[in-house]
Design a protein around this ligand. Sequence first.
Ligand code: ATP
Ligand code: MG
Length: 328
Amino acid sequence: MGVAVRAEGCTKSFGAQRIWQDVSLTLPYGEVSALLGPSGTGKSVFLKSLIGLLRPERGAIFVGDTDIMRCTTKELYEIRKLFGVLFQDGALFGSMTLFDNVAFPLREHTKKSESQIKNIVMEKLELTGLLGDENKLPGEISGGMRKRAGLARALVLDPQIILVDEPDSGLDPVRTSYLSQLLIDINAQIDATILIVTHNINLARTVPDNIGMLFRRQLVMFGPREVLLTSDEPVVKQFLNGRMQGPIGMSEEKDEAQMAREQAIFDAGHHDGGAQEVEGIIPQMQAQPGMPVRQAVLRRKERVREIMHTLPHAAQAAIRESLDRNDN
Ligand SMILES: Nc1ncnc2c1ncn2[C@@H]1O[C@H](COP(=O)(O)OP(=O)(O)OP(=O)(O)O)[C@@H](O)[C@H]1O
Ligand SMILES: [Mg+2]
């Protein structure tokens, strides 16, 4: 069963550079959540904070009932075993074969025999489509294969919490769909709490139960997928539609004057050819036939019903529609 992860009033700076402030959110146990945000807004820093690799200077982070910013080193070591993490760069050991990379956490954290380890490693390599590549070195395979090897490694300890940082980067669209399906199926099978950091609009629209977004050093929102997907926030709309028009600039946030000039051009009918605009909400991806029913979906329904009255109207309408359709 999954473990909830909760950030409370977290603020993180490096020296004088404030990355984000007063971030509070709960990754509900066993649900799939996604964190979006333009490059450099501190998504990876947030992910690393959740496992105690980086320390926000203010706030608290609870994994289950344990405040990982205040627990002992030994407790933190135990807590880390609950996690499977795919770092943005894959973080494979360059001098080890894929087999040894994937086997590493098992050799490090368990007393399993080499034959047990082999069974688990081969199963995860098969799951991620890498069977036959186990003797290759990370330098001998493609970027997408390295991503998948990192994912295989993140899964070997049967984690209760899975954090994946841009699992889709370097993957082609077809493999991204397979990967999305894999994450949903894993969630159905082991009810793990999952956080996906991504730039992938399609993945964000179809995979997570909950979505949040970091922008201008704040968590703009975090909640049921319908809230962000129906939001009128300019930054959210810009991001979901991959447009240039909006508050997100190439290297930094735009100032008010720049935004007003662009808005005028946009209003005059010149659209900038971003990704295809989508109206409404695409139904969520479901576990494949033969998989157990995703318990997260059932729990989320109850949770969402309770907080329904606190949500914006558009989100309420979308939630009602999905409850009626009963599509997941
Ligand atoms: N260990 C570190 N020391 C100092 N600054 C850091 C460190 N790690 C990250 N930063 C800074 O924190 C900011 C946020 O970085 P982060 O990698 O979290 O962004 P991101 O949202 O994941 O971006 P992307 O989408 O490009 O991966 C950046 O300005 C980065 O330079
Ligand atoms: Mg990042």
